[in-house]
Ligand binder design. Structure first.
Ligand code: UDX
Length: 453
């Protein structure tokens, strides 16, 4: 029996690549599948330069690319244009790979926002699984948007964003208007809302849906999703899952597109336990000079030590380092969050960052920007009780108060709950755990498909 050959195809952004690369590595390491990972040429270059994960895959395949702008940028960024342009760049390479008789693809795992893959693979007769790189709770909200429109809860008047949602099944009394994905604030005609809704409602057309989450974190929402998409695989946290399944001979894996400044780990070694606030807003968010100033004052006034990631391309002014503060351009985030000196995480609540913090048992102060981050931050504060949600407020007084809450005043309760969830995360990815089981089930299902093809 030959090894199944899987094509894994993420949307070209760090947050999407991180989790899909972890899944790709898991499938190579545990199932001995042959994996082709398809990315644009500029990402291919950056992965080959900064990440060791590429060398573990069977093939990192570049899509020739001539786009002038490489990364997603909120603000001027239009998700529809971005997807349309990516579709036209990627389709020829995708079709070529799907038609290759010499090295046939048995199955595709596609990012669930790239519905053109469903069409192309359908024409070639190749089965497709979807993976979404967001939380189950955010996925469910996106999936329910048509229902919210039908029940006239959308669009809404932004004058009263604190009104609770009443037609969002399973989340009544949890989410307010302000906790919905940011596109909901821009009316029904918003191109991002239409695009993301159009992509999401097509999910049931795939053979199954893979999510980077774990049962004990999101069981009620996973059950809700199963009522509409029965074949659901919750295999996360993928970075922790990969670590537990790598063989003793292999080293830890990195999925980064930027060079990591590892000197901050040495600095952390010199700091007392739980004394440092780690500050990072992921790979996309741009922080205005005003917001950065408020954060700086809030952090300094809290009296806490901090390690702050200021990406060179993230806009705004420089942040001054002081005796208590350290600034880096890009950090080895997983290692930072796992460091005993780190006691809190000021985050934009991108799903990878949120899940990495959950897995490390680090409480959060959330400053969400767009998309799923609005939903995730509400769950961190109101459902999981492992941090505070700053949503829509960014001034030095709020920053100081919330940092003090997480590091000092309420640190006991946050750390206790975060510790329980971190333990649950660890247990889910070892033998007998739910994510471990779901990954094995996915591997079995892919093998069965390939054998019956
Ligand atoms: C985006 C969206 O914001 C997110 O909500 C969505 O679910 C996936 O895509 P991004 O904004 O970059 O991603 O945030 P996040 O999902 O948190 O991913 C950032 C990744 O970069 C994390 O894995 C984090 O560990 C890594 N990172 C970040 C570093 O390795 N070093 C850093 O200094 C900062």
């Amino acid at each position: 029996m030959s090894k199944p050959h899987i094509l894994i195809f993420p949307a070209p952004a760090q947050g999407h690549i991180t989790s899909m690369l972890n899944l790709a590595e898991l499938l190579c390491a545990t199932a001995s599948f042959r994996v082709t990972f398809l990315v644009p040429a500029y990402i291919h270059r950056r992965l080959s330069q900064h990440s060791n994960a590429a060398s573990r895959l069977s093939r990192l395949h570049p899509i020739p690319n001539d786009r002038p702008h490489e990364d997603i940028r909120p603000g001027s960024f239009d998700v529809k244009d971005w997807l349309d342009s990516f579709r036209s760049t990627a389709l020829p390479s995708l079709r070529e790979l799907l038609a290759d008789d010499e090295d046939p693809i048995d199955c595709v795992i596609s990012d669930g926002i790239l519905s053109f893959v469903l069409e192309a693979a359908g024409e070639a007769g190749v089965p497709v699984f979807y993976m979404r790189t967001l939380s189950a709770c955010a996925f469910w909200v996106y999936f329910c948007l048509p229902h919210l429109i039908q029940s006239q809860e959308l669009p809404f008047d932004c004058d009263d964003l604190d009104l609770p949602m009443v037609n969002l099944r399973g989340m009544e009394g949890v989410l307010r208007r302000r906790d919905l994905p940011s596109c909901c604030r821009h009316g029904l005609d918003s191109r991002s809302m239409q695009t993301i809704m159009h992509q999401t409602v097509q999910t049931p057309r795939a053979r199954g849906l893979i999510l980077n989450t774990f049962d004990r974190l999101e069981a009620p929402t996973l059950d809700l999703i199963r009522t509409r998409i029965p074949n659901l695989y919750a295999v996360g946290p993928l970075h922790a899952h990969l670590r537990t399944r790598l063989t003793a001979t292999s080293n830890s894996s990195s999925t980064t597109l930027w060079e990591e400044d590892k000197t901050c780990l040495k600095w952390l070694d010199e700091q007392p336990e739980n004394s440092v606030v780690y500050v990072s807003f992921g790979s996309i968010v741009r922080v205005t000079a005003e917001a950065r100033t408020e954060f700086w004052h809030g952090l300094v006034n809290s009296g806490k030590r901090f390690l702050w990631v200021v990406r060179p391309d993230s806009g705004g002014t420089e942040v001054a380092e002081g005796g208590r503060g350290r600034v880096v351009g890009w950090a080895p985030q997983e290692a930072v969050l796992a460091h005993p000196a780190v006691g809190g995480f000021v985050t934009h609540c991108g799903w990878n960052s949120t899940l990495e913090s959950v897995a490390a048992g680090v409480p959060m102060v959330c400053w969400p920007h767009f998309g799923d981050q609005q939903v995730n931050s509400r769950f961190v504060d109101d459902v999981w009780g492992i941090g505070r949600d700053m949503k829509d407020r960014c001034d030095r007084v709020v920053v100081e108060k919330m940092v003090r809450d997480v590091m000092e005043d309420r640190s006991g309760e946050f750390r206790r709950r975060a510790g329980v969830l971190a333990k649950a995360a660890r247990e889910s990815v070892v033998e007998g755990g739910t994510s471990y089981y779901d990954l094995d089930r996915l591997i079995r299902d892919i093998r069965d498909l390939c054998n019956t093809a």
